[in-house]
Design a protein around this ligand. Structure first.
Ligand code: FES
Length: 285
């Protein structure tokens, strides 16, 4: 049983580390652990956040970080999948594991990963600063990543950005004062057929309108504060799959328009004639 649970978690970590995510992701929503300090309240450009590290009280090299015993077992499993001389290839899933444990990919997390994989720390920093899935600053419990690339923009992602901005009173790059939401603007997340969309922690919410977005934010807030009846403490790492989503009022991840996946919302408009029968195919096939 323990081995099965390790292999399930391992699969989830590896998937998260390498995927582009799919439009129909149903991965349970992961509530991030509370960060000791959140994104700065002053305006920052995300391009700066990608390239620059500045020591801060909650992010400097002298803060100790060790993987938990459970995660050490996962790391052992991950490393078994690579030839020993190429174990640095495991840098992405192990960084992801560190981020999930610590809440963000701090300098200490990166240094510990470098130590485990016997890599120069700079090589780990290069990976962590290249991929935007690694949050190198603390984020709130729910990280709202709104895509504004062309297909989403053509489907009015501007209205989603505005709805979040107006409802939460924060701009992209900022975290709400209660630490519940961090708001980011991101490039294409691969769910263009269900545009506009937002990634929230591990889940995609798609076919958004300003109204459904606001409802979703309210449900998440009620869930995080325990006022939804879910009774979930704010500082806990929780998988929403453990509790029926109706209890918390949080919509299931996926399209919020009623579409099941990415089928034509107007119904079938082509290939409507009866299928060819087998008699039209070549007899010798
Ligand atoms: S353009 Fe938004 S998901 Fe691709």
């Amino acid at each position: 049983m323990a081995a099965r649970s390790i292999s399930l978690r391992l699969a989830s970590v590896c998937r998260a580390a390498v995927r582009p995510q799919t439009a129909t992701s149903t991965t349970p929503l992961l509530v991030r652990p509370a960060a000791t300090a959140l994104l700065p309240t002053s305006s920052t450009r995300s391009s700066h956040a990608l390239a620059v590290h500045r020591d801060s009280p909650d992010n400097h090299a002298n803060i100790p970080f060790k993987f938990s015993a459970e995660n050490e077992k996962l790391i052992t499993e991950i490393l078994k999948r690579y030839p020993p001389q190429y174990k640095k290839a495991a840098v992405m899933p192990i960084l992801d594991l560190g981020q999930r444990q610590h809440g963000f990919t701090s300098l200490s997390v990166m240094n510990e990963v470098a130590r485990i994989l016997e890599m120069p720390p700079m090589r780990v920093y290069e990976v962590a600063s290249f991929y935007t899935m690694y949050n190198r600053n603390p984020v709130g419990k729910f990280h709202l990543q709104v895509c504004t690339t062309t297909p989403c923009q053509l489907c009015n992602s501007d209205s989603i950005m505005k709805a979040i901005q107006d409802h939460l009173g924060i701009k992209p790059g900022h975290t709400t004062k209660d630490g519940i939401f961090t708001f980011s603007e991101v490039e294409c997340l691969g769910a263009c057929v269900n545009a506009p969309m937002v990634q929230i922690n591990d889940d995609f919410y798609e076919d958004l309108t300003p109204e459904t977005t606001v409802k979703l934010l309210d449900a998440l807030k009620a869930y995080a504060t325990g006022s939804s009846g879910g009774q979930l403490p704010i500082n806990t790492t929780v998988i929403t799959g453990d509790v029926p989503t109706e209890v918390k009022g949080i919509p299931k991840p996926g399209p919020l328009s009623g579409r099941a996946t990415c089928e034509n919302s107007k119904g079938l408009t082509s290939l409507t004639s009866p299928m060819w029968g087998p008699e039209v195919t070549r007899k010798d096939l």
